[in-house]
Ligand binder design. Structure first.
Ligand code: V47
Length: 375
């Protein structure tokens, strides 16, 4: 009876556009709340905000080095300086990636990597500058809050000073990585030394104040529980109430292969879809929820478009973080393939740029149209 009452109250709140509480969120994670029920509710919110559209972009990844001072236990990508797999890209190689991206019609380059022991702050700023100078139409979505925190450590500059310098060099927005799980019970066991929740949030707050749009993420399916996930979502929701600067939330399913947590089983499709729906329902003030196909697999990403998600990310080339951790997805999808993946679900594919403006193409040329408004 208590169960029925709580579910009915959640249904009423969702239909009335009212905010769900932390207790509601934790309740929705119970196995005895049917997935079908979550799908209906999350889909209602998703269609209210984004109609039948499902967005994608044409993008590429750049991971300039895998050498990293941190030893996050969930990461299969990082390397020590002297390991055989360690690499560091030259400016020429980085620029060649920019050229390849432009030739492939990309509108976005997603730049993240390790925090190399020997590389100075200027190397990271310069990379943005040379790419932007050479390819000014390519939107550079780069450096997570973890990197910004590292730059502050290296330079003793404020977050605002660093972000202003990066924007001046050509940074267009920031990805949502490095958030993992904010709660210290989990964070201290996953990635003890890197930026904590307070700093991650403060950096995004500063970015938003400076007019830089950012994304946000949550890494789930490892050592956290429902309480930690809902706590994480509520911290993001609170910052969004304050700034409105987040564009998209991306729930990231943990991939255990080649990590320090390889004994953990990868989250099931049911858990992926439940997390997608709960995220859509809890984050009432974030326009978009991304089903990152690289990490979910194409089949689950398709289903996710009916569990609250409205975005699949991009065609994606040169992704390493998930593939090093055992992702079996292809390395890249063509535009025709991603459009088919979307159309098969009954959704309407819409190419967007990083800032969610419609992209119109004619031959090899493209123009950015008006913003595709959520709700
Ligand atoms: O912060 C690392 C996660 C993140 C593993 O902003 C892992 O549009 C699962 O943030 N298993 C980086 N996850 C990726 C990221 C991202 C991806 C796509 C789009 C956007 C965006 C951001 O990947 C890291 C960490 O949370 N991660 N290792 C792993 N073994």
């Amino acid at each position: 009876m208590v169960y029925e009452t709580q579910l009915a109250s959640i249904r009423d709140k969702v239909r009335a556009g009212e905010r769900l509480s932390a207790a509601d969120g934790e309740f929705l994670y119970r196995d005895d709340v049917p997935l079908g029920e979550l799908a209906v509710l999350a889909n209602e919110v998703r269609e209210r905000k984004n109609g039948n559209f499902a967005y994608y972009n044409i993008n590429t990844h750049l991971n300039p080095t895998n050498v990293c001072v941190y030893r996050c236990v969930f990461c299969a990508f990082r390397s020590d300086l002297r390991e055989e797999k360690a690499y560091l890209m030259s400016d020429e190689a980085i620029l060649a990636r920019g050229q390849e991206a432009v030739d492939a019609g990309c509108t976005e380059m997603h730049i993240v990597g390790g925090l190399h022991h020997k590389m100075k702050y200027d190397w990271y700023v310069n990379m943005i500058r040379i790419l932007h100078d050479a390819y000014p139409r390519l939107h550079l979505k780069g450096w997570t809050a973890v990197e910004i925190n590292w730059f502050a450590h290296l330079t003793k500059k404020t977050y605002a000073e660093i972000l202003e310098e990066l924007v001046d060099a050509g940074l267009g927005s920031m990805p949502g990585g490095g958030a993992e799980i904010f709660h210290p019970e989990v964070r201290d066991r996953l990635c003890e030394h890197k930026a904590d929740a307070h700093n991650w949030i403060e950096i995004h707050r500063t970015a938003h104040r400076l007019g830089l749009r950012t994304n946000c993420t949550m890494l789930y399916g490892h050592i956290e529980n429902h309480f930690h996930r809902i706590d994480h979502l509520i911290r993001l929701r609170e910052l969004q109430d304050e700034t409105g600067g987040f564009q998209t939330f991306i729930p990231l399913a943990f991939h255990p292969d080649n990590t320090g947590l390889s004994e953990i089983r990868k989250p099931s499709a049911a858990m992926d879809l439940r997390t997608m729906a709960v995220s859509r329902l809890m984050l009432d003030n974030i326009d978009h929820i991304k089903a990152y196909w690289i990490m979910l697999g194409i089949e689950t990403a398709q289903a996710a478009l009916h569990y609250g998600a409205d975005d699949l990310d991009g065609t994606v080339r040169h992704e390493l973080i998930y593939h090093d951790a055992g992702a079996q997805t292809p390395e890249v999808l063509s535009v025709e393939e991603i459009a088919r993946v979307i159309s098969e679900t009954g959704r309407e594919p819409v190419e967007r740029d990083t800032l969610y403006r419609r992209v119109q193409r004619e031959g090899t040329d493209w123009q950015v149209g008006e913003a595709i408004l959520a709700s």
